[in-house]
Write a protein that binds this ligand. Sequence first.
Ligand code: GDP
Length: 548
Amino acid sequence: PGADAPELASAQAETTRTVSAAQIAREVTRRRTFGIISHPDAGKTTLTEKLLLFSGAIQLAGTVKGRKSGRHATSDWMEIEKQRGISVASSVMQFEYRDHVVNLLDTPGHQDFSEDTYRVLTAVDSALMAIDAAKGVEEQTIKLLNVCRMRNTPILTFMNKMDRETRDPLELLDEVESVLQIECAPVTWPIGMGKTFRGVYHLLRDEILLFAPGSERADQTFEVVKGIDNPRLAEMFPLEIEQLKMEVELVHGASHAFDLDAYLAGKQTPVFFGSAINNFGVREILDALLEWAPAPRPRDATVRTVEPQETPFSGFVFKIQANMDPAHRDRIAFLRVCSGRFERGMKIKHLRINRDIRVSNVVTFMASSREQVEEAFAGDIIGLPNHGNMQIGDSFSEGEMLQFTGIPYFAPDFFRSVRIRNPLKIKQLHKGLQQLGEEGAVQVFKPVHGGDLILGAVGVLQFEVVASRLLNEYGVDAVFEGTSISSARWITCDDKKALAEFEKSIAGNNIAFDAAGNMAYLATSGVNLRHTQERWPQLTFHATREHS
Ligand code: GDP
């Protein structure tokens, strides 16, 4: 019987492979991975909460909010996170809805705005843009949308807070089109606003969803009236219905019709109106996400494009979150699965250092439970314990050398110079900053002409995190001071002679090298940057750079 055994085993292995290929395809198709882009206070937290409510992942609204007020597990928190109430668990929320698996990646705003916020958007397949309809397009939304644009990420738009006095809806669409340079295709249209908000008209379904102040319940349904010419409407809203008909005619004539391909190409955004706090219009968003938003997409790697249905596992790290428990210096590396099936306990290859690691202690993110999930597929996020050898942009596979591309660093908007109180600690300072820089916690620039190291960040909280980690992990008491630098650009140039001249010129005084050894120009003002760019047309000034 021994002679047959190997054949049998290989036949069995063959079956497992085939089964899992079909299973992988099925799992990929039912996944949606997205993030919310919005300006602080537009309603991201409220919207997140209502989305989780629909899925049954949380029973009561208020749970997500809870992270701001301190009801949470304590073990996996860093000191600053504790104070500010950001948890590892809320970084990714996975839930099931209508037989789909939805991964909602948090894009920290407010004080917590950092490069992580940008980079999270490199790990999603689509985005939901929430806009406060009273305020319109705001600064942080513009920044985040520009990041989405780098990969033509499809975007759904939710005009929130229609239960308040808002701006004119047509004007809002105009603003989105002109400021964000993306076509708007209204899918629902508001009837009134504020005290006279009656509901929304679904332009594609010819249905009116009647507004009622929402409850905290997920099973709440809003009444639907079929057809804009339905006589019931004229009875209910004699004042508003004529206005609606006029507006709808205008909208049909003047705005873009929904076009799935244009949406998928990132050229057009379907627009929904509603009120997150009242749970109104949120289900429509979730349905659109399932019906229109893309399942996990292929990802580019240096050698080839990786399809999500491929059987071998692969993925990349897009975020590293520190855990400041002093007894536990471990950090969590957030990895987006790009292909195959991840299984707890499996061996995967850390490609940059060319080493196999066995991952048994992985964190996954079901919003409804804290259980360890055993497997993950393309689009899912897993948290790997990181003992200091993982960096943002690192790729993992079952062996194939696949370095995923498109995970950028962003030119910082805030700068500090670093000094230390105890000069004997200079080595530790450099070591600490080198590691924190590699990890992506902050950007570190070393001016060519000496002087203090310069730290750059896109959000000021990053400096606090770095100061605190330098102290706790490297025993360095660093002092951060303001600088005269206002922006940074990475420099590339094929013309060696021009580059040498640039380095010798006055502008050369503002050259620095980042932690990965790339040359950057640190400008003292917008005018200074513009002048330098004009003066040195042979050089290219980049606002982002890829992880190397
Ligand atoms: P975030 O900063 O984007 O996470 O915004 P939040 O979800 O915390 O909301 C900011 C404020 O707007 C909170 O006071 C919410 O209660 C409020 N808010 C959110 N959605 C609505 C809405 O639909 N209508 C009204 N009137 N207020 C809302």
